[in-house]
Design a protein around this ligand. Sequence first.
Ligand SMILES: Cc1cc2nc3c(=O)[nH]c(=O)nc-3n(C[C@H](O)[C@H](O)[C@H](O)COP(=O)(O)OP(=O)(O)OC[C@H]3O[C@@H](n4cnc5c(N)ncnc54)[C@H](O)[C@@H]3O)c2cc1C
Length: 314
Amino acid sequence: MDETIIIGSGMTGITCARSLANAGQPVRVLDKGRRVGGRMATRHVTMASGDLAFDHGAPYLRPSDPEFAQILARAGARPWPDGPDQGRQVGVPGMSGVALALADGLDVMQQTEVTGLRWHDHAWHVDTSAGVTRAGRVILTIPAPQVTALLGATHPFHADLARVVMVPCLTLMAAFPADSPRPFTSRSDPSHPLAWIAQDTTKPGRAGAAVTWVAQASVAFSGEQLDAGPDDIAAHMLPLLADVLRVDPARALCARAHRWRHAQVGTPLGQPFLRARDRTLYAGGDWCLGPRAEDAWQSGRAIARDILDGDHVD
Ligand SMILES: Cc1cc2nc3c(=O)[nH]c(=O)nc-3n(C[C@H](O)[C@H](O)[C@H](O)COP(=O)(O)OP(=O)(O)OC[C@H]3O[C@@H](n4cnc5c(N)ncnc54)[C@H](O)[C@@H]3O)c2cc1C
């Protein structure tokens, strides 16, 4: 049986890989990033006073499907209550911890970028930063605009991919001394340039020598500043955060920015995946169904089911 290559080790890719591997299929996951998890990401910053961790992608998950809730629990997710809001789940020691647990035992190659795909001699030839690899089936679980970039504008998936809208998000990761103000656990204000702010130190297993904050800019602010350099973005966002927290920005122990060009789904595809007629090529991700990691899980699961059902019928 020819190997299946899954491109992307985010929630979609890992979910799909797990189901296929459990069914005995040979499957390998390739991802260009340093760590498993994609946008379920945790950035570690080493300081003289100790290591700091920031969930700079999805800050929490709110499972609605009981099966997804069980999967998260098995992956070590824990509640992150904020006042009466008890439904939030977070990874421990960070959001990437959930993906890491889900990927346990899978064949995953990080820091391997896929740069091209060609069907030739009854197989896919996958060009990667580590060389060319051959596969019987390829599953793309990368954001829709990146699928378009890989497949090209003449590919049959193109018209469907072009309907998907993904919005950017600029994220600030900042730490202040332990005695600095902690006015809230999290705050959502879509009308403010910093639309979401979370005190990561309040998440389970995160207490440390500093208070860590993650701020996500609004869609409007993110769009305006997207092409600025990370240092300029951090310099722009830090005073906004300090103003909300009523703290002197000069007291920040660190301030880093991250640019998510394709952070969340604005307009989804409206179906769980795209598939070539011969079932050798699939594309999926959160962008198929909605803006949350649970949508990514649904897409990854649906692709695996389609493949396993199809193999059974064939
Ligand atoms: C700022 C922010 C806030 C969010 N808030 C929430 C929230 O509150 N709740 C929630 O449920 N969800 C939230 N999300 C969305 C959630 O993170 C995503 O829905 C989910 O993680 C998407 O998973 P995925 O596997 O579809 O894609 P991704 O996680 O993006 O995984 C795709 C992977 O593909 C890799 N890749 C891309 N191109 C290539 C290539 N050419 N070669 C190899 N690898 C490649 C990337 O490195 C990445 O690891 C948020 C996301 C962001 C960024």
